[in-house]
Ligand binder design. Structure first.
Ligand code: ADP
Ligand code: MG
Length: 237
């Protein structure tokens, strides 16, 4: 066990990451030298005001965006040096995503939405059907498999989005404000599921949030202010 009480080495790390976005003749520095370790089988919350760089940080951790400088590691692999096709494979095989706006395809049923990434990965039909069923059961929505997104509540749509992430059997779930569009009691169901994912499936969850309910459930909290992480002792001050 290290000084911070973590038993295993980090699964995901960033070191000295900056991200500059061009803005006319100048640039916006969305991240200003962020170093961060994400530990496995934990729920890590990343908090901060709007515009503080949270989405930029998550996207860089997930290989959806490239740092301007610095390093990103997934286990012993340099994520920031991978080409686009290797990044795609890394995301497909190891990461699951959940977004504030659910991101379901409107014309497809819940089961089809869950199965799409598995089709893209060309998994065999039996394997796909098994995983879709298992994921639906896990989020408690077996009875909604044929429903389209507009036939479900927001909370149900987000549970389907979570099922889609789970069906990929990722090591990490990355969630950007997953309860942001939900009433607090419905949001709590999503938080409970994220917690169970960590406890029962030993997955790692990274969640960006403003939601005090999520923050209360997190094992580790990092706060971004204006593109920089603040000292853990000063979080909430
Ligand atoms: P948060 O998720 O905490 O609200 P973001 O990571 O979305 O913050 O944004 C951080 C900063 O970077 C903001 O000032 C935002 O305007 C800027 N930014 C984010 N994405 C882009 C982009 N694609 N082009 C230019 N500026 C961006
Ligand atoms: Mg954001």
């Amino acid at each position: 066990m290290n000084a911070l009480g973590h038993i295993k080495p980090p699964i995901l790390r960033m070191h000295g990451v900056t991200r500059a976005y061009p803005m006319g003749n100048t640039e916006v520095l969305a991240l200003k030298g962020v170093s961060l370790d994400i530990f496995p089988s934990e729920m890590t919350a990343i908090i901060g005001r709007s515009g503080s760089g949270k989405t930029t940080l998550l996207n860089i951790l997930a290989g959806l965006d490239h740092p301007t400088s610095g390093e990103v590691w997934f286990k012993d692999q340099r994520v920031d040096l991978l080409n686009e096709s290797d990044l795609l494979r890394l995301r497909q095989e190891h990461f699951g995503f959940v977004f504030q706006s659910f991101g379901l395809l409107p014309l497809l049923s819940a089961a089809e939405n869950i199965g799409i990434p598995l089709r893209i990965r060309q998994l065999a039909r039996e394997e796909r059907e098994y995983r879709v069923q298992e994921a639906l059961e896990w989020v408690g929505l077996t009875g909604r498999s044929k429903h389209r997104p507009y036939e479900m509540s927001g909370g149900e749509q987000q549970r389907i989005a979570l099922a889609r992430a789970l069906a990929g059997q990722p090591e990490l779930i990355l969630a950007d404000e997953p309860t942001g569009q939900l009433d607090s009691h419905i949001g709590q169901q999503i938080i409970d599921l994220l917690r169970r994912i960590v406890r029962e499936r030993q997955m790692t969850v990274v969640v960006i949030t403003h939601d005090p309910q999520v923050i209360a459930e997190a094992d580790t909290i990092h706060e971004l202010r204006d593109g920089a992480l603040i000292d853990p002792q000063k979080v909430y001050s």
